[in-house]
Design a protein around this ligand. Structure first.
Ligand code: TPP
Length: 638
């Protein structure tokens, strides 16, 4: 029986002798590799946190003591040690355990996560409640250096230093976000780790003394003594001390004895303590150590070779977006791109290769990214903020206050719109159409395939007002690319098909799915349907809609977005404003509940958002015309 086999809870872990913990770390690492090689998942961050996780559970008294993990993508060792070893093979699969922290899953997951930079605020809230209730447990926030750059983390740090609550912040510094971390904070942390300010000063002093003629070795010796005093002023972590934290570190994050000793020494410190732990992303698995960016989130792979099972097929929407933007920027020097630490995920690494000085990685700072873009736009630039739909949620006010209210021409390129799959509810981008379409001045669109994405991007950049285009995760349909990107008429929908038994209005790739469904239905003797690709959620094509609002009409809407406040709602609201009478609507989309993790296909099928589902729902909703051909509703151009 391995050591890991004997650990079914942190309590079991704490029964082990300290000497066996490095061996346990090795077993745990192999276990993670074997599991993630089957399921895929966030490998490199979890491998880097193996020793840290063991040491934390060993030194603290969980679940009484509360750990708040930031983002949650590094929590696999925590999952395995907290009784989920036997379910680890179900990681990120439908019905299986989540890839992030989830309170519903375990009492050891005290705060859900998936989005970055929340841990300090949440831990401070827990510590504050503890003190108000006269309780005595310990609280620790575990946050990576990337997540540490987020505005929310800074806000938490600000209040934590001020309140002086008994809590620990463990800064897991691997000098990497998904890609190498950026920003002035990272510069500061790097200087602590690598001792640069001190070394630089030392070099400069020596150089200066040597440059003075006839300064003997005695003088340099004296200077070295003085330098020792100077060193006191340059103790690493001073900035944290100034902010009200006891700074401890930097600590080797792969040395369990050092970690355990440090946690034991400071776990009951009366004030906030920041323990600066240095780890290596991908530790212990050569391919991940060598390319931690690639291995941040891995598809299933072969452990021995590091060969990843590639998904083949047409280019992804991300790729098409990046290639198009890169081309458009060749003609238009106003175009600049902004990413919040997601250059690879959004494809902007491709853009940066061609336009090195025109990509701005602002760190995991979505709010700042949007306002920064607003500032750029006031001076005539055309900023394209490429961001995952679900991460834009935290910058809603910036979209409203710093862009739309001033009608600034910022383009929001929202990747991962719709159901994203195995990352689950924190990452599904199913609210953007709802939260964006309520903002005046904003043009909101979604392409039906990868070719239309190109035209929409060109259209968005040409506009003198803010715009958002959202497109899904995954591969396109492999459609032919239709010449150079052209400008689409704003607010005009596209008729994909005419039928006599009813109308489907769909947005984004659901328009393509609806068209396929309509074709299948006629071929099977089902209802003969008109299919409209709305293209724009805002402004909506009310002219075409008016033509479809005949008394007795049946209109189905299809969207990969929340039904509440989404595209179908927009159609119904427009119909109501247009005075429609006696029109029946059926809306397909995401119901008012959080969607689980699982494959995209499966999640879509559950909600009838695939050809099969649309066919089934359409058969039930649209009666088939009994008598001969009826005139198809024509566009009223009057
Ligand atoms: C608000 C938000 N923006 C972006 C992301 C995507 N994301 C997930 S992990 C990550 C990097 C985190 O870096 P760090 O905190 O240093 O952890 P590491 O992976 O290096 O251990 C990013 C940008 C996210 N989860 N949440």
């Amino acid at each position: 029986m391995s050591i890991l086999d004997r650990v079914n809870s942190p309590h079991d872990l704490r029964q082990l002798e300290g000497e066996v913990l490095p061996e346990l770390a090795e077993e745990l690492r192999q276990f993670l590799l074997s599991g993630v090689s089957q399921t895929g998942g966030h490998l490199a961050s979890s491998l880097g946190a193996v020793e840290l996780t063991i040491a934390l559970h060993y030194a603290f008294d969980t679940p009484r003591d509360q750990f708040v993990w930031d983002v949650g993508h590094q929590c696999y060792p925590h999952k395995v040690l907290t009784g989920r070893r036997d379910r680890f093979h179900t990681l990120r699969t439908y019905g299986g355990i989540s890839g992030f922290l989830k309170r519903e899953e375990s009492e050891y997951d005290v705060f859900n996560a998936g989005h970055a930079s929340t841990s300090i605020s949440a831990a401070l809230g827990i510590a504050t409640a503890r003190d108000l209730k006269g309780e005595s447990f310990r609280v620790a926030a575990i946050i990576g250096d990337g997540s540490f750059t987020g505005g929310l983390a800074m806000e938490g740090l600000n209040q934590a230093g001020f309140l002086g609550k008994r809590m620990m912040i463990v800064l897991n510094d691997n000098e990497m976000s998904i890609a190498p971390n950026v920003g002035a904070w990272q510069g500061y942390l790097n200087r602590i780790i690598h001792g640069q300010p001190y070394r630089r000063l030392k070099d400069e002093v020596e150089q200066f003394l040597r440059s003075i003629p006839r300064v003997g070795e005695g003088m340099i010796k004296w200077a070295k003594q003085a330098e020792q005093m100077g060193k006191q002023l340059l103790v690493p972590g001073n900035l944290f001390e100034e902010l009200g934290f006891k700074y401890v570190g930097p600590i080797n994050g792969h040395s369990i004895p050092q970690l355990v000793a440090t946690f034991r020494e400071y776990r009951d410190y009366g004030h906030p303590v920041l323990v600066h732990v240095v780890t290596r992303k991908g530790q212990g698995y050569k391919p991940a150590e060598q390319d931690p960016v690639f291995w941040h989130g891995a598809n299933p792979f072969t452990i021995t070779t590091g060969e990843v099972k590639k998904s083949s097929g047409p280019p992804s929407y991300t790729k098409v977006f990046a290639a198009t933007l890169t081309d458009l920027a060749r003609q238009d020097p106003r175009i600049v791109a902004v990413t919040a630490a997601m250059a690879e995920g959004t494809g902007l690494d491709v853009f940066a290769r061609a336009h090195r000085d025109r990509l701005f990685d602002v760190g995991i700072c979505e709010e700042h990214a949007v306002t920064f873009a607003g500032g750029l736009a006031t001076r005539g630039m055309r900023p394209v903020v490429a961001i995952y739909s679900s991460f834009l949620q935290r910058a809603f006010d910036q979209v409203f206050h710093d862009v739309c209210l001033m009608r600034l021409p910022v383009v929001f390129a929202l990747d991962r719109g719709g159901l994203v799959g195995s990352d689950g509810p924190t990452h599904h981008g199913v609210y953007d159409l709802s939260f964006l379409r309520c903002l005046p001045e904003l043009v909101v669109m979604a392409p039906r395939d990868e070719d239309e994405l190109r035209h929409m991007l060109a259209t968005a950049i040409a506009l003198d007002r803010p715009s958002a285009l959202r497109y899904p995760r995954g591969n396109g349909y492999g459609v032919k690319m239709d010449g150079v990107p052209r400008l689409l008429p704003v607010g005009k929908a596209e008729m994909l098909r005419s039928g006599r038994d009813g109308v489907i209005w769909a947005i984004g790739i659901m328009a393509t799915e609806a068209l396929r469904a309509a074709e299948r239905l006629v071929s099977e003797g089902g209802p003969d349907l008109t299919v409209v690709n709305a293209r724009f959620v805002k402004p909506l094509d009310t002219e075409l809609l008016t033509a479809h609002l005949r008394p007795g009409a049946r209109i189905m809407t299809v969207e990969e977005n929340a039904l509440d406040g989404g595209f179908g709602s927009a159609v119904m609201e427009a119909a109501s404003k247009l005075g429609a009478r006696d029109v029946v609507f059926e809306r397909l989309g995401v119901p008012d509940e959080y969607q689980p993790h699982g494959s995209q296909d499966l999640l879509r099928a559950r909600l009838d958002l695939d050809v099969e589902g649309i066919c089934r729902r359409a058969k039930a909703f649209f009666p088939i015309a009994q008598s001969g051909p009826r005139p198809v509703a024509k566009r009223d151009t009057a």
